[in-house]
Write a protein that binds this ligand. Structure first.
Ligand code: C2E
Ligand code: MG
Ligand code: MG
Ligand code: MG
Length: 283
């Protein structure tokens, strides 16, 4: 599946066969075509609350390549961010996710669901980013209150005043913000305090060994405490087992995402995957 396709992809771009620069240029061109040919797909991974009830999903992009099969985002997002491809790709992702919100809004029992969309620093840095998001919300008719944007700590390398201004404007419009992969970056606590965030998303590297590594448990506890003090909810990503989930609950997390509750799947499989562990229905 995605992993295998990813490996093929790397072999395809063997730097010994052609220069890295050429390979990148080639991939960039292919990504441009992929946008035109509508080869990108959004997969959805469930997010649940303390009671295990479905509250929404994170939208995760994949590339349905005609030869190489399903290609995971780690194979093309980094390069997309180095080029300008991430800009049209990011707009496509946002629009597709908002359309899904509208579809959910029209069905009893799913109207409360939120969607989380990853936004790269380069996208967020666009001067008209706020207007872009509002335009997509207007065009699709999605409720801003159902949209959550996931930023990473790398945005803090940018002009922090500009970041705060944009976040504040979108938040006034109803859009929520989550800080993704939290704990792996270089957040200065003084900056963090100033960001109008709704949620901190604990990176899965701290979740993986949380049961056996007391340092990881201490980090989770610290992030929960930080969230409490800054008035932010805390979501744990990468929850793979029930015991991990129980322990994270005990540590004070508020929301959860991971293979235990469901893998990222196409929307046609969302909510009816046979291995789903979350309860359906409104929270
Ligand atoms: P992320 O935003 O931190 O997304 C979570 C990643 O962890 C996803 O990988 C997901 O499949 C994986 N994951 C979720 N639960 C588990 C678990 O229980 N165990 C393990 N081992 N892994 C789990 P994925 O889909 O390969 O995405 C990788 C990264 O690519 C994302 O990390 C995000 O940074 C980026 N990405 C994905 N879609 C987009 C997009 O539309 N735009 C941008 N800018 N970045 C994206
Ligand atoms: Mg994310
Ligand atoms: Mg994450
Ligand atoms: Mg992560």
């Amino acid at each position: 599946e995605a992993k295998a396709a990813g490996r093929n992809c790397l072999r395809f771009f063997d730097p010994e066969m052609q220069s890295v620069v050429t390979a990148h240029a080639q991939l960039e061109e292919e990504l441009r075509q992929a946008l035109d040919l509508e080869e990108f797909r959004l997969f959805y991974q469930p997010q649940v609350d303390d009671a295990g009830r479905l509250t929404g999903a994170e939208a995760l992009v994949r590339w349905q390549h005609p030869q190489r099969g399903l290609v995971g985002p780690l194979e093309f997002i980094p390069l997309s961010e180095q080029t300008a491809i991430i800009l049209p790709l990011g707009r496509w992702v946002l629009e597709a996710a908002c359309k899904q919100l509208v579809a959910w809004a029209g069905v009893a029992g799913t109207a409360h669901l939120t969607v989380a969309v990853n936004v790269s620093a380069r996208q967020f840095r666009e001067r008209d980013f706020v207007a872009q998001v509002k335009a997509v919300l207007d065009k699709t008719g999605a409720k801003p209150q159902r949209l959550k944007l996931e930023l990473t700590e790398s945005i803090l390398l940018d002009d922090v005043e500009d970041v705060i201004t944009k976040m504040t404007q979108l938040r006034a419009h109803g859009v929520g913000f989550s800080l993704d992969d939290f704990g792996t970056g270089y957040s200065s606590l003084s900056y963090l305090r100033r960001l109008p965030l709704d949620q901190l998303k604990i990176d899965r590297s701290f979740v993986r060994d949380v049961l056996t590594n007391p340092h990881d448990a201490a980090i989770v506890r610290t992030i929960v405490g930080l969230g409490k003090n800054l008035d932010m909810k805390v979501i744990a990503e990468g929850v793979e087992t029930e015991v991990q989930w129980r322990f994270l609950q005990e540590l004070g997390c508020h929301a959860y995402q991971g293979y235990f509750f469901g893998r990222p799947v196409p929307i046609s499989e969302f909510g009816r995957a046979s291995d789903q562990r979350y309860a359906a229905g409104a929270a």
